[in-house]
Every structure is written in C-alpha cells, then in structure tokens.
Design a protein around this ligand. Sequence first.
Ligand SMILES: C[S@@+](CC[C@H](N)C(=O)[O-])C[C@H]1O[C@@H](n2cnc3c(N)ncnc32)[C@H](O)[C@@H]1O
Length: 384
Amino acid sequence: MVVSRIPPPAASLLRRPPSHRLSRFSSAAVSPSATPPPTPETFSSRRRRWETPLFLRPLTHSASRDDLKAFHSWASSLVLSAAAAASRPPHPSDPEPAHLLRELRWLLQDASTESFDPHQLFSSSSSSAAAAISPVPLRAELGELYGIWRERVEERRPLQYLVGCEHWRDMVLVVREGVLIPRPETEAVVDMVAEVAVTAAAEGEGGGPWADLGTGSGALAVGIARVLGDGKGGKVYATDVSSDAIEVAKINVQRYGLEDKVEIRQGSWFQPLGDLDGKLAGLVSNPPYIPSRHLPGLQPEVSGHEPWLALDGGEDGLDHLLHLCNGSSSALRPGGFFVFETNGDDQSEFIADFVTTKCRGCFNGVKIVPDFSGIGRFVTGFRR
Ligand SMILES: C[S@@+](CC[C@H](N)C(=O)[O-])C[C@H]1O[C@@H](n2cnc3c(N)ncnc32)[C@H](O)[C@@H]1O
C-alpha cells in the first residue's frame, strides 16, 4: 500500500464515525522521560483486548472524571513527547499530534457510552467536587486504556486493531490483526455496485450472484449485500485465501444478519467459485496492488502491523490485478459488471488499457473512476 493510498488528513476529518482513519504518523521513539501511566494494564485485560472488540463489551467498568482527566493528560503528553522525540526527519505520512489527539477522543468515546463527550471532562459544569467523582461507565478497565494508548503511540499499532473495529460506511466492522483495515476509498465500490444493480433492475434484468474476491474483513461483501437488499440482487460470494480474513468476514456477516445473503469461501481468487463460472452478475475486488519494493517504506502502522499478504502485489504491483482481469472474462456472464481497486493513476491506466485491448475484446464500457481525492483509483467495465 503506497502512501498515496492512505487518506489525506482532510479525509479523516470528514465525519465521526468513520473514525480511526490511518493517518500520518512518525516512527519516533517516545521520550523515556514520559511519565509512566498511574494505572498499569494487567495481563488479563491485555489478553481480553484480543478477544472482544471494545465496542461489543458491556459497560461493566467505570472511572471517576478525575481519573479520566488524569488519563487524558498522560495520553496527551505521550503524544507530544513522541512528536518531540522524533529520531528522524518527518515523513509525509507522519502523524500530526492533532490527529492522534482526535484518536484519543475516539478511544474515550468507544470505551464509554455513545453519549459520553470527552470535552465534558474539561467543562466548568463538571468541575464541581460532586461531578469530579461521579463515575463514567466504561467498557474496559482504565488500565487497559493506558495500555492501548501506549501501544498506539509507541508501537504505532493502528487504533483499529487495538479497539477491534473500524467504522466503514454506516457500519462498524470487526477487524483484527491479520486482516486489512478497510479504507475509506473502498466505500465507493459499494455505491458503484448499487448504481449498476438499480439500473439493471429498472431494465427488467434479474439480479444474480455477485463476488467479492479477497474479501478481508468482508467489508465489500457485507456492504454490497446490504445495498442489493432482498429485492434487487442475488447472493454475494466472498473469497479469501487467508484464514484470518475468513474468520473475521464471517463475524461481520453474522453481525449484520446476512448469513443467507453472503457466502464465504476460502481459496485463491476464482478457484472456490468454479460452480459460478460464467454466471456472475458482477464482481469486485480490492486486491493487493503495492509493488513489493515499496512495502518496507510505508508508514509504520501499515508496514509493521497490516498483513503483507493483503498488500503485496508483486514486482510492479500488478500480479493479482492481471490474474483477476484474465479470470473475469470467463467468470462474468454477458453484461456482467466488474470493479477493481488499484494503486491509482498509472496502474489504473495500465489495467484499463489491458482489459480494453488485450482481453480480446471481451469487455466494454471500460472506465477509470477517481476516488474522493481525485486519484484514478478504480477500473470498471462490463463483460460483452
Ligand atoms: C487489499 S486487501 C482487501 C480486503 C478487503 N476487500 C477490503 O477492501 O478491505 C486484499 C485481500 O486479498 C486477499 N488475498 C491475497 N491473496 C489472495 C489470493 N490469492 N486469493 C484470494 N484472496 C487473496 C488478502 O488476504 C486480503 O484480504
């Protein structure tokens, strides 16, 4: 995943949720003089972190406003000391302290109730002695929040992995290490599918099976199944070669009650879909497309924590995209629609040219569709 794929800072300001966008971070070591957390994380809470996403846990803990204020103050100073201790020149994808502080606010919101506003910690109305000691309900022990924040800042672990979820479209998806965190750019794929499905329905064409190849967390499969709904479309088949992805995609399908609409199959690209060859009404894929040599230079949150299986597109990033282009000509039925996400601009142009000229005229209406930053991110088209 090249840096250009990471949403620009402005993207992460668009709304909340989606929150927790990967943004710009430095690989700075944190000053050893940063005050140690007053409430250390216990081993059992650290383990629980890997078991249940924060937002799915009950509000069985609490902390006083004063203790939360102390946490906030420690966490903010950790951000600032990390920025000050940067041991190398800034990288374009380094984090702004302001972004990390925004993530800190999201962490506090995820850890408490929907209505909890971290700003209240500092408002004058909460500064009375009674308010200061009135407990705020929490989904985790305060010590766990200290542990999460230390890992976020010091180890550059994405907040999504630490809290176990990502806000994507109107959903909250479970994510885990070993599975790519779905990106905001990819949300547009669901809208493209919705548009094609609505047009097909208006023209009296029946729905049909769709496929999401390399489903990861299941984001696209779940999103597509929800927009196809009961009337307009058929079932969505989601494939991935990774066992971690299959496990998490199943959780997300189940969480949205889509077991009847989304079928998950493990295997490489089209291999698990042999029975659907020539029958697919559409297919989407956001495959690994980063040139291998670029992987080590990505921001530490990505190169150090996200699965390279989800990122590595081979020498020039095209290995999987070309395989998908070739396979689509036989997998799609006549009129079937495809969307591929790419690394942007040059790669999109290459793929658009490849499907137009090299696939022996089997596709038409091939287009490059820009993402919200204006980068030519997607290649779409139809099987003749
Ligand atoms: C860039 S991620 C996309 C994940 C998800 N679709 C999304 O947009 O968030 C690429 C996915 O392709 C999967 N993948 C890699 N090689 C594969 C293969 N040979 N067959 C099927 N899936 C593969 C990875 O495990 C990963 O989940």
